[in-house]
Write a protein that binds this ligand. Sequence first.
Ligand SMILES: Cc1cc2nc3c(=O)[nH]c(=O)nc-3n(C[C@H](O)[C@H](O)[C@H](O)COP(=O)(O)OP(=O)(O)OC[C@H]3O[C@@H](n4cnc5c(N)ncnc54)[C@H](O)[C@@H]3O)c2cc1C
Length: 406
Amino acid sequence: MNPERPATLFPFSDRSRELQAQVAAFVADKIIPAESEFAAHDADPATRWTLVPRMQALKAEAKTAGLWNLFLPDARLGAGLSNLDYAPIAELTGRSLHAPEAFNCSAPDTGNMEVLAHFASPEQQAPWLPRLLAGEIRSAFAMTEPDVASSDATNIAMPIVREGDEFVINGRKWWTTGGGHPHCEILIVMGVTDPDAPAHRRQSMVLVPMATPGVRVVRPLTVFGYDDAPHGHVEMAFDNVRVPVANLLRERGSGFEIAQARLGPGRIHHCMRLIGLAQRALEMMVARAKSREAFGRPLGGHGMAQEAIALSRCEIEQARLLTLQAAAALDAHGNKGAKDLIGMIKIVAPRMACAVIDRAMQVHGGGGLSQDHFLAQAYAGARSLRLADGPDEVHIASLARSMLKA
Ligand SMILES: Cc1cc2nc3c(=O)[nH]c(=O)nc-3n(C[C@H](O)[C@H](O)[C@H](O)COP(=O)(O)OP(=O)(O)OC[C@H]3O[C@@H](n4cnc5c(N)ncnc54)[C@H](O)[C@@H]3O)c2cc1C
């Protein structure tokens, strides 16, 4: 975090400040030094889709230290922090692509745990929620389909047909993040149960255990060549998959509504982490500009590198303040009241992170694009977030509509 920020602008609780210090030390001392080990595990075809032993050890250590489920505002389930108090902590976890999982604060599990906590019955929660909260299993959220423009959730077409006491599911999903993880045991699947209902009441969500016959991972997808093993972003086939009707979340036709609710906190968490990702890229840019010389002076002595550094700092701080503003609004007014601010930061943060990381890669020269620095993979992650949780254009259109209507 920027030490120059006036303390009164966004006052964090003492507890948040203590956790910030602990998480900062954990990320710097334990997670970032383990990144080369994660990369080696991923690079070996024999191990790449298997559990990373070091991650299991880090999770155990973070849990013992009380750095666990910090994203959950409900104190009975998690840390009970406000969104504002969580924002600087999530920023710190964004500094490493591996950190969120170590603290049991990674997407899509965070959003899925919130859906289970808010929309599932106690019977539906029992097999999954406690084990997700304990970090013993992982989960995935299967909404996007290859054959329809899924940025418009009313297009989601996969049929979920009732036959007696069961739903029968047939179709394809893709970009199901986490579907490749060896511990992924439960899917939240969105599909059409009521094709004749009004557009926003056609879809429902059902719980589908990964082990159900007919559920199949077709292939991992890559983002600029990165497959993010072992959790991955996978294409999935559902061939005559049968689940009890008791697996329906809430009531029929509420899929759209649950999707909207799920994405409120989820979107802002992504943005908080992107600030941390960009901040680390900026720090790497500065270090490189000081340590490498070209044309008789350090890179940082050249005006263009100076511009890259200065503009990046301005843009990160702008996005950070907007994120905190959105987090404070979410605390004060809930999902609906904070909708515009959350939309604004979802438009701003991924673009900002892409711009900053792009500059950092440029200052690093060829190495910046290689696997030797974390910048290229960080760029792939930031670029994904101009699409995941809704493309920029959808958020821009929705923000503009909200203003035009006001
Ligand atoms: C790395 C990654 C992880 C993901 N994880 C998940 C996941 O876990 N679960 C899941 O269900 N999905 C996931 N997604 C999918 C993601 O949410 C979708 O890709 C996104 O919602 C867009 O849907 P689409 O790909 O079908 O694009 P389309 O809906 O076909 O849209 C294509 C383009 O059309 C344009 N467009 C759309 N609407 C408008 C508009 N109103 N005005 C102007 N232009 C518009 C935009 O440029 C948009 O990018 C992930 C995606 C990525 C890249």
